[in-house]
Design a protein around this ligand. Structure first.
Ligand code: A2P
Length: 289
């Protein structure tokens, strides 16, 4: 899949990016190898985060791939307790990644904690912290900025703020056929904000790959369930961020096909039939709405 989108910042983003959050299994160097392998096999988009505690390893993978920096779209995210000095946090992420600039920097969750704690800092609300990203664009350290896990009411308030002069380019959220969030998706499309879908397979152990309807539609079309899910996200116009540390899967997750109209409609309606299922639900999810 070589599809790309043009962000409202004018930059281009590849529709499929490699996710780098790996559940803590002690194999810390795995991600660097996955990043290197992915880049050497056609990926041009890597999605990192300070919270994943592996930016150095991601940076190593980027360097070892020998793919030119300017050909790669690199995202990282500002964690909840890095809000008192966002520029310092960005510099630290850049140093760990070994990069001069980021393609995209995101506010990871719409809640701020005092440094090193999980105590909410009310003075650093989700709009205030977003505004602190704007000077980083002007300084040339970040090409595009955006948000993650913000609800529609929060985004509406953010966009209505007169001091928000650079629109977020993306909203990164959990999105798959059991959590399609169609109203939010349509709202963002109207606002020219791209949706980035994390956990497109349902995160750890990929539970959506065992969903009977998904298996049935995949079989009918002669593809693997993972390809169906990734294709669904791309076909609706989202960025999709599948993650794998297995070489064969990294390669196959970059392949998409065109889902026939009727099957696409069935997938779009799946959560209405089977119920909505959110898989990523940390305690700080309470701050989303
Ligand atoms: P692994 O890293 O061992 O391949 P998500 O992208 O929704 O976060 O899902 C990630 C999970 O899905 C991981 O457990 C990953 O395991 C697994 N996974 C990724 N790609 C595939 C695939 N093509 N087929 C089966 N499982 C996959």
């Amino acid at each position: 899949c070589t599809k790309t989108y043009t962000l409202n910042s004018g930059y281009t983003i590849p529709a499929i990016g490699l996710g780098t959050f790996v559940a803590d299994d002690g194999k810390e160097s795995e991600v660097g190898d996955s990043v290197k392998f992915a880049l050497q096999n056609g990926y041009r988009h890597i999605d990192a985060a300070m919270y994943y505690k592996n930016e150095e390893d991601v940076g190593r993978g980027i360097r070892e791939s020998r793919v030119p920096r300017e050909d790669i779209f690199v995202t990282t995210k500002n964690w909840n307790d890095e809000r008192d000095d966002i520029e310092g946090a960005l510099n630290a992420s850049l140093a760990r990644l070994g990069l001069e600039y980021l393609d995209l920097y995101l506010i990871h969750w719409p809640v701020s904690w005092k440094k090193g704690t999980e105590d909410v800092d009310e003075t650093l609300d989700y709009i205030t912290v977003y505004k602190k990203l704007q000077p980083l664009v002007k300084a040339g350290k970040v090409r595009s900025i955006g948000i993650s896990n913000y609800s529609q009411p929060k985004i509406e308030k953010l966009l209505a703020d007169p001091e928000v002069t650079i629109k977020p380019s993306v909203l990164q959220i959990e999105a798959h056929p059991l959590l399609p969030q169609p109203e939010l998706f349509d709202y963002l499309t109207k606002e020219n904000i791209i949706v980035e879908s994390y956990s497109p397979l349902g995160a750890n152990n990929a539970p959506l790959l065992r969903n009977e309807t998904i298996i049935e539609i995949a079989e009918k079309n002669g593809v693997e369930p993972a390809m169906l899910l990734i294709s669904w996200g791309v076909q609706r116009g989202a960025v999709v961020l599948p993650k794998s540390v297995k070489e064969a899967r990294i390669i196959s997750n970059l392949n998409t096909f065109t889902i026939p109209e009727d099957d696409f409609a069935t997938l779009n309606n799946l959560a209405n039939v089977e119920g909505v299922h959110r898989v990523v639900n940390p305690p700080w999810n309470d701050f989303v709405n």
